[in-house]
Ligand binder design. Structure first.
Ligand code: ADP
Ligand code: MG
Length: 726
């Protein structure tokens, strides 16, 4: 069933639908099931010989190479544990450059020759897999004759059992590389960048007197925004089903202007869904913490507690699949697209980022004593420098066709990458720029001379929601990532540019100390230099204001509005040198990411353009013509009945947008069949410059028709139905 019949049926079905209750007993103690399905340290400590356990922890904590004998012991314990949990299969889980999660399942059972089979799982099977993965994007990194890819166990991210009514699976987080060791995934560069950043952060910490410093890692707390729509309506919207967003839809009479949804009471049905998802996440050891309604109707947010970057990235992916599947059980569809509805707020995935280790916590905490303050200011200065030098790369790390609808499209946050520091910190850096800081707002005098620094409060005081990169008290929050994206790509960029900045800081301070310069004054000089050179990236004003792009241009900040403006940032000489220097990407790997970025862009817009054509032509135009015919028939009947002054305006009123729709469809059809050139860049430019505007024109005519055509003829569930029925 399609079109009008599908919409009318969906409305009936929605009315009759009774949402299910939560799938567990409410008496269950919260926390009782936390981590139940995870092969975590507690489980390992219980099940592994002491020496093996210690060796695994050394790998996790200090990045020590894993001994093959240890892998055998871990594999054996992991298998027994998984079998007890009802697993029949194991899977190496990896994160290819489609942005999705991939897994290949293998049975534990291996024939033993006498007609029976035994459950087997050797160390080498745990450590390495070889999925036939030739269809994943590789951006020219593999030829068909070397199509093999390898997966390799990420010891730092715990294995887990994924439950499924049709059988449980032991899932092992892995990296995914080509035969020649080139990264084909998001995890490999994340681990590499983490290592580089850690190394240079530790150098800086040693200068501040932390001689025996623990391994520094980056932490990520991802805030995930999403929409929920009733699945009956979803299934009657081919655009939502195939492109993840509505390609048509007039603005509803009631939009999001009322602010009555933001942080309002969570609808009962949605709460049931949230409770079920949270419980599943808890079982997987994912620390789901906050949940609330977001700005737009039908929009919500979940924020798990921050974790080590690579674990947060794995958990984030798992969270998204869990949300999708549990939403279905509750008769809803979960939409992660950055802009499912035109004219309604889009969804992001804020990446809260900090550096630190188990001993020192976040290095972005101002701290309780002046000594910490100097260290804190140095780490903040490193961020300012990194974001100023590499804002273009940050923008490129979140570039996609879908995220373009937020960034650079008059919506949060703008495509210009700037930093918000909050009043107090901005004030301190302003003073540092003028010479030694002498006072802290409302808090007496200070110089960077560590003896006289006052204690800085952790509370940043105010918030700025329009800034793409904001200091929020103990972390920086990167708000440009899209809701659909993995957090890995932005984390790779942040880690790498921080490695560069911290390397710079450490090298400068080490040289000064070697020359016998007093450490405090070396710090002072460095801070002054960084803020003078890079202060242009600090912006505490309104990022949505019309004046900001003009001011940003004066400051030399880039405004990379579309993915095609941003992606070339990946292959500048500067970027290639940076990623190579820190061992994160080779030139070939960077070029492959650039190519894949273009391919994905072309693919996404191509699908949308074809869908727009098909829905416009076969769903909307027929409905409009029916309405037109009804009016024409009615006019003819009135005339035949002898009425002389029949009003022809209603006929003109529908005929004009029908003609506009026809003509826009013809233009889109031409754009779809035009020769788009033969390299990825030319095709991408065609998508942006020919397909997108042609799609918008079709939509313009169709949305006008939606306001004219009789409601009982209208074929697609409306925004009203999609957004306000839950
Ligand atoms: P808000 O909406 O005010 O930004 P939320 O509570 O929704 O805050 O989300 C904040 C996110 O930041 C959570 O994921 C939280 O765990 C994370 N976070 C808190 N402290 C840190 C830190 N030091 N490093 C990284 N992330 C952090
Ligand atoms: Mg939040």
């Amino acid at each position: 069933m399609t079109g009008n019949a599908a919409r009318l049926q969906a409305i009936k079905d929605v009315e009759a639908y009774v949402p299910p209750a939560v799938s567990f007993s409410l008496d269950e103690a919260p926390g009782a099931i936390f981590g139940e399905n995870v092969f975590n340290r507690v489980v390992m400590q219980k099940r592994l010989p002491k020496s093996v356990y210690k060796s695994v922890v050394a790998t996790i904590e200090h990045g020590a190479t894993l001994d093959p004998a240890v892998a055998d012991a871990v594999a054996s314990a992991m298998k027994d544990w998984a079998l007890e949990k009802g697993a029949t299969h194991y899977a190496h889980v990896f994160y290819p450059l489609t942005g999705l999660t991939a897994e290949k399942h293998d049975s534990f059972l291996e024939p033993v020759g006498d007609g029976t089979a035994l459950a087997e799982f050797a160390g080498k099977t745990l450590v390495q897999g070889e999925p036939d993965a030739s269809s994943f994007p590789n951006g020219g990194l593999r030829n068909t004759f070397e199509a093999r890819g390898y997966t390799g166990w990420d010891v730092t991210s715990p294995a887990y059992v994924l439950e499924n009514p049709n059988g449980n699976t032991l899932c092992i987080p892995t990296v995914f590389v080509s035969m020649t060791g080139e990264a084909l995934d998001h995890k490999t560069p994340l681990l590499r960048s983490q290592q580089a950043m850690g190394e240079h952060a530790e150098r800086v910490l040693r200068l501040f007197g932390h001689d025996d410093v623990n391994h520094v890692v980056s932490f990520c707390g991802p805030e995930q925004e999403y929409f929920l729509v009733d699945r009956h309506f979803f299934l009657a919207r081919p655009d939502l089903m195939n492109a993840g967003r509505t390609l048509f839809g007039a603005k509803p009479p009631k939009g999001q202007e009322f602010d009555d949804h933001y942080f309002g009471a969570i609808p009962e049905r949605v709460l049931g869904f949230m409770m079920d998802t949270e419980r599943e996440l808890f079982k997987l050891g994912i620390p789901a913490k906050t949940r609330h309604n977001e700005v737009a109707p039908g929009q919500f947010e979940i924020a798990p507690m921050f974790e080590r970057g690579n674990i947060a990235a794995d958990h984030q992916q798992l969270l998204m699949t869990t949300f999708k599947s549990i939403a279905k059980k509750h008769g809803m569809e979960c939409l992660f697209h950055e802009k499912p509805f035109a004219g309604v707020n889009g969804s992001g995935k804020h990446v809260n980022f900090s550096l630190g280790n188990s001993e020192l916590g976040s290095l972005f905490v101002p701290g309780d004593n002046p000594h910490d303050n100097a260290q804190f200011l140095v780490f903040c200065a490193a961020v300012i420098r990194a974001v100023h030098l590499y804002g273009g790369l940050l923008r490129a790390s979140v570039a996609s066709a879908s995220n373009d609808h937020r960034l650079g499209a008059n919506e949060a946050p703008p495509a210009i990458i700037s930093i918000f520091l909050g009043d107090q910190l901005a004030d301190i850096f302003e003073q540092i720029a003028r010479g030694p800081a002498t006072s802290s707002k409302g808090r007496g005098t200070m110089t960077i001379g560590v003896d006289t620094l006052p204690v800085l409060p952790t509370d940043p005081g105010d918030r700025n929601r329009t800034s793409p990169f904001a200091f929020t008290g103990n972390r920086f929050e990167f708000r440009a990532p899209g809701s659909l994206q993995t957090v890995a790509a932005p984390m790779v960029t942040i880690n790498t540019i921080m490695a560069d900045s911290l390397d710079y800081v450490a090298t400068t301070l080490e040289a000064a100390v070697a020359e016998g310069v007093d450490f405090d004054s070396a710090v002072q000089t460095l801070l002054t230099e960084i803020i003078t050179e890079h202060g242009a990236v600090v912006f505490n004003g309104n990022g949505y204001g019309d004046e900001w792009p003009i001011e940003a241009e004066k400051r030399g900040l880039k405004n990379l509005k579309t993915t095609l403006d941003a992606l070339p940032e990946l292959i500048t000489d500067e970027a290639l040198a940076l990623f190579e220097k820190y061992g994160v990407f080779t030139h070939r790997e960077m070029h492959s990411r650039y190519e894949i970025g273009l391919e994905q862009y072309v693919l996404a817009i191509g699908v949308e353009a074809r869908l727009t054509q098909e829905i416009g032509q076969t769903v909307i135009l027929p409905a409009a013509v029916r309405h037109q015919t009804e009016i024409a028939t009615n006019i003819a009947a009135l005339k035949a009945a002898g009425m002389t002054d029949v009003d022809l305006a209603p006929l003109d009123g529908i005929s004009a947008p029908v003609a506009a729709l026809r003509s826009a469809l013809a233009t889109l059809g031409d754009a779809l069949t035009a020769d788009a050139g033969h390299d990825a860049l030319a095709e991408a430019e065609h998508a942006r410059d020919a397909l997108l505007p042609a799609m918008l024109a079709v939509r313009g005519a169709a949305d006008e028709l939606e306001t004219i055509v009789a409601d009982d003829l209208w074929p697609l569930p409306t925004y009203q139905e999609l957004l306000f029925v839950l």
